[in-house]
Design a protein around this ligand. Structure first.
Ligand SMILES: Cc1cc2nc3c(=O)[nH]c(=O)nc-3n(C[C@H](O)[C@H](O)[C@H](O)COP(=O)(O)O)c2cc1C
Length: 385
């Protein structure tokens, strides 16, 4: 049985889950969501269950913090590690240090760079160190990145991209994925780019359906996810603006994508994966309270103190970034946000948040699975491809 049609607990696979590399078995369950074949002849199934991914968010979500998120609800793949492949930084020990195995979890490391040789070398080092997934960044729109021919800039250079992916594939012993935007200046060539990427032997493709030019304007065009999913044989992961758990289900339903990746919405609502799991089971989805927010931020502060306490950057700015995401879920949250962001220490940030949110019931927050206040702008639900 592939899927629990009736809302029952899905069965554990007998034995271990799919051992992708021959080295690192991890337990898995048959998909929580029904795999949606994109045609009668093929059935691209995302290789991890449940078919959800926590998006890479460099500078905000470290692998350690990713673990905290994954402790709230099941996440198929936590994309926490990131290696910028430049001439200066890419000593092998430094590359290897990004493969940190956590019990029972696949390790995914994203590579960003434009030099095929260096990228392939890094992929080989990571593979030898046991990375289960190597993801190539084809989406970063930042000017300082694209100027160096990396991230979304590769979408403009099909020959260079092909060479890079073929060489990285050659050195990758686990799964190879790419994470791309739908194009550079427009989204018109998306399917062609996707097919060319697929021909290089990638195992799955994650699409953020905005062009590079759009940066984060407007809303993600989920129809593009459907278009790509119908055009490729490999699983396509949809990503973008799933601000509420029900949005992620809607994206998957409307596009038949194999899995959904969630980024900023998970910073705003760290319980979104739990809610997705509960919705998929037919259980009432969790509605976090103000106390949950305080407990979460306390755990984030502890982790940031441990990892950044002795660095020049320090943990205070990063904590405030998390506060700013979470407090977006508070209707009329401007004043509380200002109070927390003005606080001069970790402890005082937490005290300010506890004062303003600590006793709020779930109904006072826009953190439920459906979005009681719908404070965020989500793609139109009419986005059926
Ligand atoms: C602070 C931040 C850092 C990000 N870092 C990365 C990154 O390192 N690699 C990457 O592929 N995408 C990165 N992204 C893009 C996200 O992974 C994701 O594609 C994007 O936020 C859209 O998805 P969302 O609407 O679910 O947030 C980043 C996004 C943000 C907001």
């Amino acid at each position: 049985m592939r899927h629990h049609e009736s809302g029952h607990e899905p069965p554990l696979l007998p034995g271990r889950g799919r051992d992708l590399t021959g080295r690192t078995p991890f337990p898995t369950r048959v998909g929580l969501w029904k795999p949606q074949p994109s045609s009668a002849t093929r059935s691209p199934v995302f290789p991890f269950t449940p078919p959800t991914l926590l998006a890479p968010m460099w500078g905000v979500l470290s692998p350690e913090l990713g673990e905290l998120w994954a402790s709230y609800g099941p996440v198929g793949l936590v994309c926490g590690s990131f290696v910028r492949v430049t001439a200066a930084e890419t000593g092998d020990d430094w590359i290897r240090s990004h493969v940190v195995r956590r019990a029972g979890r696949p390790v995914s490391v994203q590579l960003m760079g434009g030099d095929a040789g260096r990228m392939a070398h890094a992929a080989g080092v990571l593979s030898a160190a046991g990375a289960d997934v190597i993801d190539v960044n084809l989406g970063c729109p930042a000017r300082q990145v694209v100027r160096k021919g990396a991230g979304a800039a590769l979408l403009r250079e099909p020959d260079q991209l092909r060479e890079l992916l073929l060489r990285v594939r050659d050195q990758t012993t686990g799964l190879l994925s790419v994470k791309l935007r739908a194009g550079w200046a427009s989204t018109q060539g998306m399917v062609e780019i996707g097919r060319s990427i697929e021909a290089c032997g990638v195992d799955f493709v994650t699409l953020h359906p905005r062009s590079r030019r759009e940066m984060y304007d407007g809303v993600a065009d989920w129809r593009l996810v459907g278009e790509l999913a119908r055009s490729l044989r490999v699983p396509v992961v949809g990503n973008g603006d799933c601000w509420y758990a029900t949005d992620a289900l809607e994206l998957q339903r409307a596009s038949s994508c194999a899995a959904v990746m969630i980024g900023r919405p998970a910073l705003r609502n760290p319980w979104i994966f739990r809610q997705l799991d509960e919705l998929a089971r037919g259980s009432p989805p969790y509605a976090p309270s103000g106390a949950d927010v305080v407990t979460h931020l306390t755990a984030v502060a502890d982790q940031l103190e441990r990892s950044l306490g002795t660095t020049r950057r320090g943990p205070l700015g990063p904590l405030k970034e998390h506060v700013a995401w979470l407090l977006r879920a508070l209707p009329n949250g401007h004043e509380p946000m200002q109070r927390a962001l003005r606080a001069p220490s970790l402890r005082q940030v937490l005290v300010a948040v506890a004062r303003d949110l600590g006793s709020l019931p779930p109904a006072a927050l826009d953190l439920d699975a459906h979005g009681a206040f719908r404070l965020e702008r989500t793609p139109a639900l009419s986005s059926d491809p």
